[in-house]
Design a protein around this ligand. Structure first.
Ligand code: FAD
Length: 382
């Protein structure tokens, strides 16, 4: 039986950067995935948004680390991952959203975020053609950005391989046994052994955790997205409209490094389950909302739409736990909700630092992600 220091379930947004940082620290790491290559779970469904603009200290700190990694990647490692530092802009048309965002601004500034309220004039210059009637301004965080999830995960994968990490694809984990001080992980084809087992199985993290008898509240929550043909630059930032629509909560869009507009929406009510077929409601609802906000987009052609799963927790925060369920060596890094792509590198770095003893298990980057919380809070910018 092949033996490793650490086995990670899942070569996704979380598992791959984590393997990269752990192998950099010289751990002997194996990543197992049932799909054929890295990022074929929910990573490739992400639209690529990366922000530290959150309502919670641990998310802010982790994503600041992620931004450092994404923004310096090309300079340090050479590959182009499509990083664009366009910022995030939350436009405001009503007093209700003005109050929510201005209240959050105090918290965000308290954590050292570079974010400010901008007036109508600045907002109009930030997004060409945004509707002027009633525009009160909005919050703008210039350091946030975007990158390609597929280019990024492949860059992290190559670096992890270079560091010595092993990856085995097309093998589904079907059984895990914890005997004494080690884990035996069984797939249809083989068995592997490790001292530490990390559950980074995304939307399937609950089923993996139950193999060890530890229940974790992670449920698949469907979200749809789409991409247009490339067009002339009209907006640098990700635009997030937090008003409710008829069949949606918030929606957001940005123009990527190739000029295409990528858009995504939070359906209302939420759609639970593993069904990945596109709905007939998504495109009409988001098109109506985007055109009301930015009529300039009326002739842009949509190339394709897709539907994926947020690995959702009841409060919208990830679950990061060492020795989960009291089982020594069992680590949960799951429940990334709608932000696993942006959290992955920052969390991967933090977990590796903890595992070599350079940081404590209650580090501020993960302090609010404990499994032993009551899940009654709510992330305000999910
Ligand atoms: C439409 C949409 C837009 C999004 N936009 C963004 C965004 O802009 N920014 C952002 O940060 N996030 C975004 N997200 C969220 C992001 O995609 C997820 O949070 C993230 O991909 C989850 O990462 P993960 O590593 O936990 O899961 P995944 O990336 O899904 O990785 C889990 C892996 O585990 C593997 N696996 C599962 N079960 C087993 C098993 N039994 N055996 C072996 N392997 C197994 C899977 O095959 C998969 O590869 C978006 C999601 C959707 C659906």
């Amino acid at each position: 039986m092949l033996s490793y220091d650490i086995i990670i379930a899942g070569a996704g947004s979380m598992g791959v950067p984590l393997a990269m940082f752990l192998s950099e620290k010289k751990f002997k790491v194996l990543v197992l995935d049932k799909k054929a290559s890295p990022g074929q779970g929910q990573n490739k469904c992400a639209i690529g948004g990366i922000r530290a603009t959150h309502s919670d200290g641990s998310k802010i700190k982790t994503c600041l680390k992620s931004i450092e990694i994404f923004s310096t990647w090309k300079e340090i490692n050479g590959d182009d991952i499509g990083w664009v530092q366009g910022g995030y802009f939350f436009p405001v048309y009503r007093e209700k959203e003005e109050k929510i965002l201005k209240d959050l601004l105090k918290v965000q500034k308290g954590f050292g975020l570079d974010i400010n309220w901008i007036d109508q004039k600045e907002a109009l210059s930030l997004v060409k053609g945004i509707r002027k009637d009633g525009l009160l301004g909005g919050t703008y965080s210039p350091k946030d950005g975007s990158a390609s999830p597929l280019l990024s995960i492949n860059a992290f994968y190559r670096k992890a391989m270079k560091n010595g990490a092993s990856f085995i694809f097309n093998e589904k984990i079907g059984e895990i046994k914890h005997s004494g001080s080690s884990f035996i992980i069984k797939t249809e084809k083989s068995e592997y052994e490790s001292k530490i087992f990390i559950n980074a199985a995304g939307a399937h993290a609950k089923e993996i955790s139950l193999m060890l008898g530890v229940d974790i509240p992670v449920k698949p929550d469907c979200h749809e997205a789409g991409i247009t043909e490339p067009v002339e630059e009209f907006a640098k930032p990700m635009v997030v409209d937090i008003r409710e629509g008829e069949k949606s909560k918030n929606y957001y869009f940005y123009q990527n490094f190739e000029g295409q507009i990528i858009f995504c929406m939070t359906p209302s009510p939420q759609i639970w389950g593993y069904d990945r077929r596109s709905t007939s409601e998504f495109l009409p609802e988001i098109s109506r909302r985007m055109l009301r906000l930015a009529p300039i987009l009326s002739n842009v052609k949509v190339r394709r739409v897709w539907r994926g799963l947020y690995p959702m927790t009841p409060d919208g925060f990830p679950i990061v736990e060492f020795d989960a369920g009291g089982m020594e060596g069992y680590v949960v890094a799951a429940g990334m909700c709608g932000q696993g792509f942006m959290l992955g590198p920052g969390l991967g770095w933090t977990l590796a630092e903890i595992m070599v003893g350079a940081k404590k298990k209650d580090d501020e980057n993960i302090a609010n992600f404990r499994l032993e919380r009551n899940f009654s809070g709510q992330e305000k910018l999910k």
